[in-house]
Design a protein around this ligand. Structure first.
Ligand code: SF4
Length: 507
């Protein structure tokens, strides 16, 4: 280790930084990458530090200019690395899984390239690259270890992602995920529930079940109702206040799931269900295997069973071949569905996807015009739906870092059960992120609510205690240095996937 330049190290320990791009899957994987590095003795680089000793890019491959963004960032780091020989750069995630050794050909100052199936290998590959002074490119074709078996450093003390499956069995023509994350693999229900119980024991009170296609959960373990059973099982975990999940696929959204949502008190009245398009012709071209009628039918059933449910969605505008009539169908579904929120995207070609080769690519000007019409319509609906919240009394889980203006407005922020963001008047009594407050909604804006009156009740929770404990630790304890041995998998490398194991944040 003597040759390493320790200029950025903290207390003699090498620092790391993980830069995350893309979907919740990547956000969750980045918590594992941070956990792996801390397990191997690295410490997180202080906020705002120049460049850490190890910079890890966890990349996304969904957007057209994802490549340009990565190589641009790598270009920025080149002179910094040239000035600090001990610095290392690693690239992982979907773009690494796709581009492999092309990355070190285009950016030879990169030390490690790893894929979506072997994130557990990062510490060993960094050590190997350091000792052999040679770039290490290691891409696995299938999952080596379920990410949830790896050490983790969670971003939040009171809310957590819990991965229930990886990969996807669908073949949507605009999507590269199946090619990069493989076929769906489900975790055993017992492993998932054990992880949730362990999290609740640490003080976590809100979990989000994560899968590319969260409600297809069970297809790999031969139980079509496994997802609704999992939701109901979460309802029996003492101390678990809030359960959310993302993302479901309309094709697999069955009545047993709606019933489980409606009948399990800690499953929140919130649903994010990607529509992508309202036109049956376009849905067929996207290979989304449901049509407008089924989609609106699910919305109707959810609203009948859970009247206050907030429903959000993803919509792509300008898919190849989309006509004005097709687009009108999308607007029609948006008017009918009354989404609380919609993540709207202009179609962009993704090399390697069938849609990229399709005829009828839409001119940018037309896509932009349609996009603006959709955003304007959805903005109106979001606001109208938010206005219906005025006068309601809601329990909020106090959130950390969700109110940009909180300090100047003497407010705090929290999330309602339906995940709406609420800014509320700071009470005299101390409240911490993770605690629960009861407020009355007094004003609605398009993308947030206000509770300008006094807080009606404050409930201090174990989640708030966990947040306070973590903050005290952050303020106090120095880091513990430790070494990594070259290629001896037992140290710092996770056990292989349990034998018996036997979710699409598409954008
Ligand atoms: S869009 Fe979602 S459901 Fe479709 S292939 Fe991609 S990850 Fe799977």
């Amino acid at each position: 280790m003597s040759s390493i330049d320790r200029s950025q190290s903290v207390g003699g320990t090498r620092t790391y930084e993980v830069r995350t791009y893309g979907c919740q899957m990547n956000v969750h994987d980045s918590e594992r990458l941070a956990g792996l590095l801390e397990d191997a003795g690295y410490v997180r680089a202080p906020e705002g530090a120049d460049a850490a000793d190890v910079v890890v890019f966890n990349t996304c491959a969904v957007r057209e200019n994802a490549d340009n963004k990565l190589y641009g960032n790598l270009g920025h780091l080149a002179p910094k690395k040239a000035a600090r020989p001990g610095m290392q750069i690693a690239v992982g995630g979907c773009l690494a899984q796709k581009d492999r050794d092309t990355i070190v050909k285009k950016a030879p100052w990169v030390d490690v390239v790893f894929g979506t199936h072997n994130i557990g290998k990062l510490p060993v590959l960094l050590e190997r690259a350091r000792v052999q002074e040679e770039a290490q490119v290691e891409i696995a074709e299938s999952l080596e270890a379920f990410p949830s078996t790896l050490p983790t450093r969670r971003e939040s003390a009171y809310a957590a992602w819990v991965s229930i499956s990886v990969g996807c069995n669908n073949t949507c023509t605009f999507c590269i995920v199946p090619a990069l994350r493989g076929k769906e693999k489900d975790r055993r229900p017992g492993d998932i529930l054990a992880e949730i119980e362990a999290l609740v024991a640490e003080g976590v009170s809100e979990i989000t079940l994560l899968g590319q296609n969260v409600n297809a959960y069970g297809s790999d373990i031969g139980d079509r109702e496994a997802f609704s059973k999992l939701l109901r099982a979460c309802g029996k975990i003492e101390g678990l206040e809030r359960v959310r999940f993302t993302s479901p696929h309309p094709r697999d959204f069955t009545d047993d799931v709606i019933a489980a949502m409606a009948e399990t008190p800690n499953v929140m009245p919130q649903l994010h269900m990607p529509l992508q398009s309202g036109s049956d012709t376009v849905l067929k071209a996207m290979r989304r295997s449901y049509r407008q009628e089924r989609y609106l039918g699910i919305i109707e059933k959810v609203r009948a069973a859970i009247p206050h449910a907030a429903i959000s969605t993803d919509i792509i505008v300008g898919f190849p071949g989309e006509t004005d009539e097709d687009f009108e169908q999308t607007l029609h579904v948006v008017r009918e569905a009354r989404f609380a929120q919609a993540f709207t995207f202009q179609y962009s070609k993704r090399p390697g996807t069938p849609a990229a080769e399709m005829d009828g690519q839409i001119p940018k000007k037309v896509v932009q015009e349609r996009y603006e019409r959709l955003v304007a319509l959805q903005e109106e609906i979001s606001w109208e739906e938010n206005k219906k919240q005025v006068g309601r009394t809601l329990e909020l889980m106090v959130a950390e870092g969700e109110g940009r203006k909180d300090d100047s407005t003497h407010r705090l922020s929290g999330r309602a059960p339906d995940n709406r963001l609420v800014h509320f008047t700071k009470p005299d009594q101390e409240v911490r992120p993770g605690d629960v407050v009861t407020v009355e909604i007094t004003y609605a804006a398009p993308h947030h609510l206000l509770a300008e009156g006094p807080v009606l009740d404050v409930r201090r929770t174990r989640a708030g205690d966990a947040w306070e404990k973590r903050n005290a630790e952050k303020a106090g304890t120095p880091a513990q240095p430790a070494g990594v041995l070259l290629g001896l998998p037992k140290i710092g490398v996770p056990e292989p996937l349990p034998v018996a194991a036997s979710g699409c944040g598409c954008d």
